[in-house]
Design a binder for this molecule. Sequence first.
Ligand code: BGC
Length: 899
Amino acid sequence: MKIRVVAFFILFSISNYLIAQTHRASVSNLRCEYLHNPLGVDSAQPRLSWMLNDAESGAKQVAFELLVSTDSLNIVNGEGDVWDSGKTTSDKILTRYAGEKLRPFTRYFWSVSVWNNRNEKVSSPVASFETGMMGMENWTGSWISDDKDIHEKAAPYFRKEFKLEKKVSHARIYIAAAGLYELSINEEEVGDHVLDPGYTRFDRRNLYVTHDVTKELKNGENALGILLGNGWYNHQSTAVWYFHKAPWRNRPAFCLDLHITYEDGSKEIITSGKDWKTSLSPVVFNSIYTAEHYDARLEQPGWCSPGFDDSKWNGVIYRAAPSQNIVSQMMHPIRHVEKIVPQRMSQLNDTTFVFDLGRNIAGVSAITLAGEEGTIVRLKHGERLYDNGHVDLSNIDVHYRPVDDSDPFQTDIYILNGKGEKTFMPRFNYKGFQYVEVTSNKPINISKESLVAYFMHSDVPESGELATTNPTLNKIWEATNNSYLSNLFAYPTDCPQREKNGWTGDAHIAIETGLYGFDGITVYEKWLADHRDEQQPNGVLPSIIPTDGWGYEWGNGPDWTSTIALIPWNIYLFYGDASLLESCYENIKRYVDHITQISPLGTTTWGLGDWVPVKSKSPVELTSTCYYYADAVILSEAAKLFNKPADANKYSALAAKIKQAFNNKFYYPETGIYASGTQTELSAPLYWGLVPEQEKERVAENLAIRVEADQFHLDVGLLGQKSILNALSENGYAEVAYKIAAQESYPSWGWWIVNGATTLLENWDIHAQNDISMNHIMFGEIGAWLYKGLGGIYPDPNNPGFKNVILKPSFISTLEGVDISHQSLYGEIKSAWKHKGKSVVYSVIIPANSTASLYIPDGYEIQKSSDAVTGKKINLLLGNDGSCKLQAGSYLIELFEKK
Ligand code: BGC
């Protein structure tokens, strides 16, 4: 039995007992801007949030008091000399700092006390946040580079020595780079981030990163070292999106300020400037898109140690800042999150070895080798093998347009220096792969242990857990998560190999999958800033974001670029925080107004349509109008939220007009069918809310009939897969949805899994000739549907952020059970059920300070319900809306099937 199935049984049986052995309340998870104790906070009024842990049933927060001080002792003593919010009657767990003006480069300590509904006061531990630059005027250093041009292939080193005479209390480095940087002090690499800073539209916004380097500095002589990579800034590889012609393109540069505070309270700033020196490094080529080449013979041992002889190094040159908008990178960084040891290695001949990781990932490999000086080792990374065992790149190199053979795709080149065993791992590139083919120009000694790989992605915390009794379904969930993470690199991408592009459509398709499973708000807030940077004055957005300019011409209709509305809206639903929606409000408006301008009749033909379908094609006008409608609805809801009644009226009238025009055009009332009645044509209007209330039942029934006629197999593309399962589940056909989701023959998600996929593919047909990346997230809605369609966990738009949880579980007859949970801002929400003869045992956890509306599935009746901790009977009462109102707590509910 597979791990997750076993996990289901263990989780299910313990969850009914384990729930909170202790009733002592506590406050935890103190975060500033959704990060724990962050450095480099630029916001003048940062968001502060916390969580009340209180297992008493019905536990609530009735008031809170926030204290902020620059002295942690004050906080311990209950004094908030910078801000004392006072005891504030509120159940909110997120608030904006509203104390005295924050100063840059300052560490603030804070805590929160919460009063629960038993009038107990519970105080949190002390947390901190530290401000950063808080404005361009606070930079001291100069932007510097070497004097090479964009065609220089080798990555530059920069170094500077300095002497510290006094004892350091604390030290921070603020570093902004156009391109990528690796920072070292006294030969030690600083921090565990990789591929910093995140990719932005470099000529509009640059990110700086803050590092605590207190421990790295020492008394006496010190050396600072920087290695700069090209990233997306100086794209030398040539492919169909023309990143090599990006308007911002230049030789990488950086700006650095090192702020040192001594124990005696005095301060010093060491900066980037003319006193730095530069030299080319052994990284003789680096491309974020293709690979990295390293010549170990060019290593300069000790280049970042004090006392190194840099007399042959060159001076640096001043450079203009890439933009006038340099802001803090407030994001979970990209890391080498997971180390993966190959499962197999095969030797094809003396000089060719193929490693198989056993799973598909985004990341890098690291090889440890000894060999003769000048030995050239090539590491080709791919997702599949030819029959002869060699790595096959033909499914992923299709958009690459190399001008010669010096930059092979996904192939690192490592030249040995003959000085013993060394490890090579690229710094400024990542790839999508399962296999690595290692070849060398001379025989080398290699074993299975010579290579490891690292799964890389933005290191967002997990927020979802799932185990069901269906092993294939569990693997689909895992593959979905793998693809989601493989496509999260400070912006969401379509695939980690062929493109690495911020395709908008793929990202909004995956937004719920992402937010049920991961705490990704920081990445999305950054990416929506990229949207605002890219938007034309008339509202138009490019299909890939960030972009060098490609994508304003193609693929950027509402079915893709509605990210501008859909992502902030979903962040609002999942976090109960309207900040992103508010900062995008005018952008959404311009966007919707533009569609209206080009679509006066109410429907729109702008878009790509149901991308990579199985067989049936659905009209672009049908799917694009669904997105246009969704945007208008979101905009009108946002207008209400932000108290803009005129806009609210205007855009709800627009939504009504779109809906009317849509139904006039596509709906056949005689038959209850949209257009020609394909799965996408029926499910998209249902899911996006365009079907008139009184027609829903017929349309849903027709959809179910259509699916049955398709033998419960998918016949959808990217847009249809977003709606199909939800449209069925939400309209009384959960069993039909499950049959599709659990399908194991073509075309289905399960078909991929039974054929060995560990990530989601780009094409339903595993033998297709094109669109065949093996790590796309665009068919990833199933990940979210598992939480919704089986666990029934939905955010409540009227009480967002899971302040109230909508629970609509479906007790699928052919599935023994599920155990599903989501970590919300309030804490863990759990929905787990298991068939027991004719009954179902349903176990629920609702975190403190939150409530739920539980909708019992049709055909079931509650037999008994009790508090899962005390065993005490609880009477669940039905409210007017047909739901049982649950307070915070843990419940064990037994239901029986009525007939
Ligand atoms: C990408 C997709 C993307 C599409 C747009 C493809 O090349 O990989 O995932 O959404 O283009 O049509």
